[in-house]
Design a binder for this molecule. Structure first.
Ligand SMILES: [Zn+2]
Length: 57
C-alpha cells in the first residue's frame, strides 16, 4: 500500500462578493420612501470580512 498523499490545500479563493477586500458598500436608506441617504462601507457578510470565499466542507 502506498502512503496516502496529502494534497496541498489550494490557495483560498477571493470572495466573489467583496472581491477579497472583506468590505462591501452598503446603501443607506432613510424614511418611508427609502430615500438613498448615501453609502457606507460594511463588513462583507459572505466571507465575514476575511476576504476569502466561504467553503462548504
Ligand atoms: Zn466577502
Amino acid at each position: 500500500m502506498a502512503a496516502k498523499k496529502t494534497p496541498a490545500p489550494p490557495a483560498p479563493a477571493a470572495c466573489p462578493v467583496c472581491k477579497g477586500s472583506g468590505e462591501v458598500s452598503v446603501t443607506v436608506r432613510v424614511g418611508r420612501k427609502r430615500r438613498v441617504a448615501g453609502q457606507q462601507t460594511g463588513m462583507c457578510l459572505t466571507c465575514l470580512g476575511s476576504g476569502e470565499a466561504p467553503t462548504d466542507d
